[in-house]
Design a protein around this ligand. Structure first.
Ligand code: ZN
Length: 152
């Protein structure tokens, strides 16, 4: 079995059996995003604590296998990580898709999406969940602003 086949199986497994699929009951952050070039829709819920740790995350959506598999992989990857660590995952993944040197040790199953770099039109599918994540955490106020009562 070639590496491509292994990667394809990992992608299809996440697509068919998404991890952390659904909504969180009391998310601290929620973002919905749409990828018009493909029609993918994604909703991301996050619980980020006052220490900047992603305590929980879940997603829901409809779209192509790449967008949904990437969401499952990413959410699974960043749960329990700090926002800084999660940002590094995003950067490494974008490096991978730009065919730059990437820190693969951060990527986990996301590495299976490397082949998307050959299809520039699909890069937006693969990064949709990360764009949602970045929009969500941009709303967090800088140091000292946590715990302002926005917790539901
Ligand atoms: Zn798509």
């Amino acid at each position: 079995m070639s590496l491509d086949d292994v990667y394809r199986q990992v992608v299809m497994d996440h697509y068919q059996h998404p991890r952390h699929h659904g909504h969180l009951e009391h998310p601290t952050l929620s973002v919905g995003l749409h990828n018009p070039s493909c029609g993918d829709e994604l909703h991301l819920d996050l619980i980020v604590d006052a220490h900047g740790v992603v305590r929980d995350a879940a997603f829901e959506g409809q779209g192509c296998s790449i967008s949904m598999a990437a969401a499952s992989m990413f959410v699974d990857r960043v749960r329990g990580k700090t926002l800084e660590e999660a940002r590094q995952v995003v950067e490494s993944f974008k490096d991978l898709l730009r065919r730059r040197e990437a820190d693969r040790s951060l990527l986990g199953d996301l590495e299976a999406l490397e082949g998307v770099s050959q299809f520039p039109a699909r890069v937006k599918c693969a990064t949709l969940v990360m764009n949602a994540f970045e929009q969500a955490i941009d709303r967090i106020e800088p140091e000292g602003g946590a715990g302002d009562g926005r917790k539901a």
